[in-house]
Design a binder for this molecule. Structure first.
Ligand SMILES: C[S@@+](CC[C@H](N)C(=O)[O-])C[C@H]1O[C@@H](n2cnc3c(N)ncnc32)[C@H](O)[C@@H]1O
Length: 283
């Protein structure tokens, strides 16, 4: 396993919160119910089983939708890889894997959790991965914690890492069923005393970091993907986490639009025929 030298990225407000999560309560930051900076034995096995289950389902859907996807031959990216819960099963299925995470403390734990797994590289930004070089990009319960403008820029960068034939499976929130919650949350995210009160009411440590829940515009994500040469978009696996509704959007790169770049970027353009069946909305 290789860890890239940590660059000094410009940090957003949510980046700073996630760096604190990594330092203060990394496993709980990933999944409620794992309140510890270290887990082992059965608890650890159960934690990683949840990741194996999700990745098995996602890869099974991806290889059904896009039969050209050959996991064993390519590199996979897990965006927001945390302590390695999804990166480990991805690394087991692909020839190589990148874990992208903004939190150095999460990387440190992931390194420990993946030390038996070969060909894994941990980076802080998708920009550190060569363009058009990867076969698969995954993200689950990450984009929701990033404000939409920054999240859209990260999605663009992530999709640009995929080669022709490459497939993405990105989960993000599309709707909050409580119509007033987004406005109240926006206040809480920007005014720390409200967050401290919120933490106290829930019996959590008063200075526990914020976990923002941000909704994306699905059609804007789809338009962005199409503009980068992706087709056969399918929104599947609907999620409902406490009234926050999400989907996992799948798509395959069929071309690298000429406007996008240099021959190096566009190397290996063979062209993949889009799948029939068209784009499907959330089921
Ligand atoms: C809820 S955890 C999910 C981790 C992992 N996807 C999983 O399901 O096990 C969210 C992760 O996203 C990371 N993250 C948040 N903002 C990020 C950003 N801008 N770039 C990369 N990673 C980010 C956090 O540090 C954290 O590890």
């Amino acid at each position: 396993m290789e860890r890239a030298p940590m660059s000094e990225p410009r940090l957003s407000e949510t980046d700073r919160q996630w760096i604190r999560w990594g330092e203060q309560n990394p496993y709980y930051g990933v999944l409620i119910g794992y309140e510890s900076s270290h887990i082992e034995g059965n608890q650890k096995a159960k934690f990683f089983e949840t990741g194996e289950g999700y990745i098995a389902e996602v890869i099974s859907i991806a290889t059904t939708l896009y039969p050209e996807l050959e996991p064993r031959r390519g590199a996979a990216i897990d965006f927001g890889s945390g302590v390695g819960r999804l990166l480990r099963p991805l690394a087991a299925r692909f020839a190589a894997a990148y874990g992208v995470d903004i939190s150095p403390a999460m990387h440190k734990i992931a390194e420990e959790n993946l030390k038996e797994v070969g060909q894994v590289r941990l980076v802080m930004s998708p920009d550190e991965i060569p363009p058009a070089s990867c076969a698969f990009a995954n993200s689950f319960i990450v984009l929701q914690h990033i404000r939409r403008r920054e999240g859209m820029a990260l999605i663009r960068s992530l999709l640009e890492r995929l080669e022709v034939g490459g497939v993405f499976a990105l989960q993000f929130l599309v709707r909050d069923e409580n119509p007033i919650r987004p406005a109240l949350n926006a206040l809480r995210y920007r005014f720390p005393p409200l967050q401290w009160a919120y933490n106290l009411v829930r019996g959590r440590p008063v200075h526990e970091p914020v976990t923002e829940m941000n909704v994306y515009d699905q059609s804007a994500v789809e338009d962005l993907a199409r503009s980068l040469g992706f087709a056969s978009l399918n929104a599947l696996l609907p999620t409902n986490h406490g009234g926050h509704h999400g989907v996992t959007l799948f798509g395959q790169r069929v071309e690298i639009p000429a406007a996008l770049g240099t021959p190096a970027y566009r190397g290996g353009v063979g062209g993949v025929r889009p799948h029939t069946g068209g784009d499907v909305g959330p089921s």
